[in-house]
Design a binder for this molecule. Sequence first.
Ligand SMILES: *Cc1c(COP(=O)(O)O)cnc(C)c1O
Length: 469
Amino acid sequence: MTKAKRLRALPSVDIVLRDEKVLALRDIHTLAQITLWVRAAVQECREHILQHSEAFDAPLTDWIIDRVLGQSKADHGQRLQTVINATGVVLHTNLGRSPMSDQAIAAAVRASCYTNVELNLESGRRSKRGERLMTLLAQLTGAEDALVVNNCAAATVLVLQAIAAGREVIVSRGQLVEIGGGFRLPDVFRAAGVTLREVGTTNRTYLRDYEDAVNESTGAVIRVHRSNFHLSGFVTEPTIDELVQMERPESVAVIDDLGSGSMIDLSPYGLQEPNVLDSIQSGVDLSLFSGDKLFGGPQSGILVGKKQWIETLRRSPIMRAMRVDKLTLAALEATTEIHLAGNALTELPTLRMITTSAEVVRKRCESLLKQIQHQAAVEIAACESQVGGGSIPGSILPSYGLRITGYPPHHVAHQMRNGECAIQTRVTDESVMVDLRTVADHEVTDLAKGINAALENTQPSANTEIAPE
Ligand SMILES: *Cc1c(COP(=O)(O)O)cnc(C)c1O
């Protein structure tokens, strides 16, 4: 066929839109969206014809329809939807970090209607946004006052900018971290208009290094938690208590960037993480931490500390650009109430998952295994979960999961991600690991269905004998 002939054989957009399979897409997409995909596919086809002499394998119309169906599928997968987290990484950044408690979810749903976010119902007057939450956070942490912004990165920028713009902020060379996603401390300092004053060395920084660096242009001293890596060996740095006690002018604030915001001593579970209460008790001016790491709430950055400094932050013009919405306020209020009631370990999913014993996880595996059809392909196996989320470097939680072997693992994992319920697993070249530490009991049935469907839709690996059931 000549090029001209093949071009004439191109179907019109209308013809493709009338195809049965394309018509069926109308249930999930708008006509406008489908038309855009069809136009683009026809155009792509036209360009291919113009540029290449060889024809497509499939007839033109079929090729275009396949292309459109592929777009529909990809678009559908991009929609925000619930994912069953079978990775064993509790704070999984790609899966939205901390899942919220039932109470926080209900509070956020209630707040989606008209709410008294800036109205005092008793007096009928305008009230300060989030006033009750700030009181609860102060009560919980023992701080004088509190403030909430969109995330801990925003909290860092706000603090540096409002307290030390145009001045120097002292930080140890051992703490100049990149948190991830390109969030590097030196860049943040620059963006906030603050001069970075590095002291000490990568492995050893002494109190006197800080003391020697203080001068008339010092605005603050900041300690940054090394969330995602360990320093060990010939290492030293002053404690936060020592930094607070350090001789310095009153105008020099001591700031503690805690990162994960643990409210509870998790050392019985093998996790060493700085504690918010200890930080406040040391007398720091401000502590900052994420709301969606070990605090177990919605994405947010929480600042607690001395009233005078929180007031300075509250008055900063950039505060208005960082304030959280009413859904976050509501969810955080419910989360804070759970901490205050002393129920964090049982009612916050994140802490529940971290503190669940391996034995309980193994029992969950047994109830999952009973619902699996291709028994020969799965076995209960010991594995290691992680806390993740840039908190607690290298902290490993002994766990159990189902190991799927004898099927091409990447194909099985793909099927599980794109089945009726999206399921994210841990996949290697040999097997798919379904870690049940991060799966809730109520998700086990859907998880079993997903595994069954994925194995149903996958050919066993060629060189593996699957025993007949
Ligand atoms: C995670 C982390 C941040 C960033 O927190 P976000 O809430 O993700 O913005 C900042 N500092 C430290 C030490 C952290 O661990």
